[in-house]
Design a protein around this ligand. Structure first.
Ligand SMILES: Cc1cc2nc3c(=O)[nH]c(=O)nc-3n(C[C@H](O)[C@H](O)[C@H](O)COP(=O)(O)O)c2cc1C
Length: 174
């Protein structure tokens, strides 16, 4: 009898695993994948002016909804503005040590050239993977270089099927 129940428990767990979408190791950590949406609010405006890398900021409610295990750092995933196309994105989560912010932020850089800003528009993102921790830098140029490297790394990773499939997720189509 014991043998039978162990066997059937194994079968049940194998069946459940088959029914679940595949998750990679990167995504089982840090509360990923994490889906978030909200209005784009104004940051300090340094992203566009000083860095030439405009970022879309979420308000503090969206930041407050991050899972506890989501550490500060740089993430990659996909983003969508107001039911538009889905683009690759990189996101900084934390306090921007280079600028010594006092408030935690979630800043998304959408990897696409836009002519307008998105203040007040609805931004949807799915965070899929972690790239690195937030760092302080000696110069603005070094920060820009690091962000450009993040973009290159994210672009390659997001082409992997385990991440690319999230572009078709119900979250973006509903
Ligand atoms: C992909 C990415 C990586 C970033 N990495 C860092 C970092 O390592 N250290 C840091 O202080 N800020 C980092 N930032 C945040 C920028 O400093 C921030 O976007 C910039 O200050 C603009 O903020 P603002 O829109 O509030 O003006 C990063 C931003 C992005 C998009």
């Amino acid at each position: 009898m014991t043998g039978f129940s162990v066997f059937s428990r194994l079968q049940v767990s194998q069946t459940l695993r088959k029914l679940q979408p595949q998750r990679c190791t990167q995504m089982t950590n840090r509360g990923l994948p994490h889906f978030a949406q909200g209005k784009v609010v104004k940051g300090f405006g340094r992203g566009s002016k000083e860095l030439g890398i405009p970022t879309a900021n979420f308000d503090e409610d969206v930041v407050g909804n991050l899972p506890e295990e989501t550490e500060p750092g740089v993430y990659f995933g996909f983003a969508q503005i107001e039911n538009g196309p889905i683009y690759k994105m990189v996101m900084s989560v934390g306090w921007n040590p280079f600028y010594k912010n006092t408030k935690k932020s979630m800043e998304t850089y959408i990897i696409h050239k836009f002519d307008e800003d998105f203040y007040g528009k609805i931004l949807k993102v799915v965070m899929l993977g972690y790239l690195r921790s937030e760092k302080d830098f000696k110069s603005v140029e070094d920060l820009i270089q690091a962000i450009n490297n993040d973009v290159l790394e994210a672009q390659t990773k997001l082409d992997e099927e385990q991440f690319a499939k999230y572009k078709c997720d119900h979250f973006f189509t509903s």
